[in-house]
Design a protein. Structure first.
Ligand SMILES: Nc1ncnc2c1ncn2[C@@H]1O[C@H](COP(=O)(O)OP(=O)(O)O)[C@@H](O)[C@H]1O
Ligand SMILES: [Mg+2]
Lengths: 237, 435
């Protein structure tokens, strides 16, 4: 498979915060590839630059150095408009659920569908309802976020991230705010749904309990990708 | 956009290429395109209705969610709306009433001394000008008009108060005043006058007394005069009440007045004569101590005095502006705190691919919704207040469509500006800081 067909290819990505004297490199020549449908876990100590890397890939930050190709879009030198377009093809899952408090669960999921024209309101709500059913919340569509438990909210966030049929899912410590059991449920759900749809996932986590989900584990240290001790040799390469 | 290219689950072999691919579409990268889902939409852009409707609906859902905040925002807009309506209403009413006397005088052409800046302080002009005007063939008649003030004794309480007197040849039919026509015969009698029914009530229950006992005597200046009927003029800045009488009776009340010094000359043209041409010819033949004015010009002359030579216009403009500023600050505060307390949500929307433009539309949509929601009750309250206050102050307060639309435009602009200012806060919703 050629490189251009990969959902994610990073070559020599470096990033630094601050200017001049205060300039602090956070990423140093990161190379990374994610294959179609692959589930990659990114671990590493706090402050090693994982979140920064994810925000670059997610087109939330302008690139500084290197090449980052996401779903065929080169992000180095991409315009704001191009980055906004790309974000619509990426599913984000945040540490906090970040649902809109004034919308029902179903309306929250439908927000991911309102970015694309061509569907009527009824179709969007029906699709949102199907996504909620897929995360086991078919009966909670009309609940407001504050009526749901933490795990349920994060499941709504998973449904929202997948509703727009993204080509890549980025998740930053999605279980950090959840207890052990519901955290495990949420990531397993995410993995199963992504597998069904063949969507690749890049997931940052500290949580050792979910390392077994991964096709491949990579680790970061001080802005560099380092060989991960628990990486599964069978599924890589 | 994802409906457009539908990033491939597995980049597998796929059917026909969709036209108009984006530059970064996988197809452009020399790869097989993703399988188009069954019934893939043919449309690529939102229709104009949907492009406005969706952000507006999001704005409404957000506004609706916090009832207390919505209520205070609506109250703020409503307050501004009522304030502006009242200020503009008072302004218009005062200008209208300021010119009530001249507006009531109906004649084709008027002559006035150029140094007369306001009708209650007239600069006299020679009576001779009336006869000179008759030299023009199209002039049918010209009558002098005398204006002055004298004290009127309230027939019920005996309290004296300044009254505006208008004296002219009421039989000549040159100048008309609403209600005057049926009284011309009665006004021929010595010491008679017609009373302005819209004079302030401090002059006494004249209409009622007239109805009960018929014509009765009232002291005007140093003379007893008989009220024989009612006309309709309305109080103005210079005078709280008006009486109209024949030239002869005027001279009886105001003895010190030289008949050769008149305050206005009213001119009647022959039927079918061209007024503007006649005015031009009058200007040509009359000496420069007269100004030739049509009736609307006469009213406008008076009005411009009140508008420009007094702070009245400024006061009400200032009041309206303050109302708009206060309203804008309230709306801005509400929108700003709405964004500030939902920064995470806005940043999430940006991370999902919502553009700044879209979110700007949401904020502006909220502002304009507040404009409509505040204007409707504000308008209703203002109509009510016009009625109540107008009755209490005898000012001609009334709602008209032009003012309604004008104030709606101002409120709309006010909220729009507040929205545009609040929109800057959206920049703080930075999705890079979200993870
Ligand atoms: N917006 C920022 N401005 C300046 N420094 C930042 C910013 N965000 C992160 N950093 C710094 O960059 C380093 C990497 O942070 P981050 O990518 O969040 O690491 P991780 O997610 O692995 O904990 C940290 O030292 C952090 O202090
Ligand atoms: Mg982090």
């Amino acid at each position: 498979m050629t490189e251009a067909a990969l959902p994610l290819v990073l070559r020599g990505v470096s990033y630094a915060f601050g200017e001049g004297e205060l300039r602090r490199p956070v990423l140093r020549a990161v190379d990374l590839e994610v294959r179609p449908g692959e589930i990659v876990l990114l671990t590493g100590p706090s402050g090693s630059g994982k979140t920064t890397l994810l925000t670059l890939i997610g087109a939330l930050r302008a690139m500084q150095e290197g090449s980052c190709r996401v779903l065929g879009q080169e992000l180095a030198g991409a315009s704001e408009a191009q980055r906004v377009q790309l974000r619509r093809r990426i599913g984000f899952i945040f540490q906090q659920h970040n649902l809109l408090g004034f919308l029902t669960a179903r309306q929250n999921v439908a927000m991911a569908l309102e970015l694309a024209p061509g569907r009527g309101e009824r179709e969007r709500l029906a699709e949102a309802g199907r996504m909620l059913a897929a995360v086991g919340l078919g009966d909670r569509g009309e609940s407001m976020p504050d009526q749901l438990s933490g795990g349920q909210r994060q499941r709504v966030a998973v449904a929202r991230a997948l509703a727009g049929r993204p080509g890549l899912i980025l998740a930053d410590e999605p279980t950090a705010a959840l207890d052990r059991q519901s955290g495990g449920e949420v990531v397993r759900l995410l993995r199963d749904l992504a597998r069904q749809r063949g969507v690749a996932i890049l997931l940052v986590t500290h949580d050792p309990r979910i390392l077994d989900l991964a096709d491949r584990i990579i680790a970061m240290e001080d802005g560099r990708v380092v060989p991960a001790p628990q990486a599964d040799p069978v599924r890589t390469g | 956009m994802n409906a457009l290219t539908r990033p491939a689950p597995a980049f597998g072999p796929a059917p026909d290429l969709e036209p108009a691919l984006l530059p970064w579409a996988p197809e452009r990268m020399g790869e097989a395109p993703p399988p188009a889902p069954a019934g893939a939409p043919a449309r690529r852009r939102f229709g104009p209705v949907e492009a406005l409707w969706l952000p507006l609906r999001l704005a409404w859902r957000q506004l609706r969610f916090e009832k207390a905040r919505l209520a205070s925002a609506i109250a703020g807009v409503m307050f501004a709306c009522v304030l502006v309506f009242m200020q503009l209403g008072f302004r218009a009413a005062l200008f209208e009433s300021a010119t009530a006397l001249l507006s009531a005088m109906r004649a084709d052409i008027f002559l006035m001394h150029p140094m007369t800046i306001v009708s209650f302080k007239p600069e006299p002009l020679p009576r001779l000008r009336a006869s000179q005007a008759l030299a023009l063939p199209e002039v049918a008649a010209a009558v002098p008009v005398y204006l002055t003030q004298a004290t009127w004794r309230n027939p019920a309480t005996g309290v004296r108060r300044a009254m505006q007197l208008v004296g002219f040849d009421t039989e000549a039919g040159v100048m008309d005043i609403p209600g005057l026509a049926p009284l011309t015969e009665a006004l021929k009698r010595p010491d008679t006058m017609a009373f302005d029914i819209r004079s302030r009530p401090e002059f006494g229950p004249v209409a009622r007394l007239l109805g009960e006992r018929g014509p009765f005597e009232v002291q005007l200046g140093h003379r007893m005069m008989e009220v024989v009927g009612l006309i309709e003029i309305g109080p103005s800045f210079g005078a709280d009440g008006n009486v109209v009488m024949s030239e002869l009776n005027f001279r009886r009340v105001v003895k010190e007045r030289l008949p050769s010094q008149v305050d206005l000359v009213a001119i009647k043209l022959h039927p079918g004569a061209d007024r503007d041409a006649a005015m031009a010819r009058l200007r040509a033949i009359l000496p420069p101590d007269v100004m030739v004015l049509s009736q609307p010009q006469l009213v406008q002359h008076e009005r411009s005095y009140w508008e420009t030579a007094t702070p009245i216009g400024f006061i009400f403009m200032f009041g309206s502006l303050m109302g708009l500023v206060v309203g804008m600050v309230i709306v801005y505060q509400i929108l700003f705190s709405d964004i500030a307390s939902h920064l995470r949500e806005y940043a999430t929307l940006k991370a999902m691919g919502y553009s700044n433009l879209y979110l700007g539309k949401v904020v502006l949509g909220a502002a304009l919704l507040l404009a409509v929601l505040g204007f409707v009750p504000g308008f209703a309250i203002s109509v009510l207040l016009y009625d109540v206050v107008g009755k209490g102050t005898f000012l001609p307060l009334g709602m008209d469509a032009a003012r309604g639309f004008g104030v709606f435009g101002m409120i709309f602009g006010m909220c729009g500006l507040a929205g545009l200012l609040a929109m800057r806060k959206l920049r703080d919703a930075n999705p890079a800081d979200m993870f």
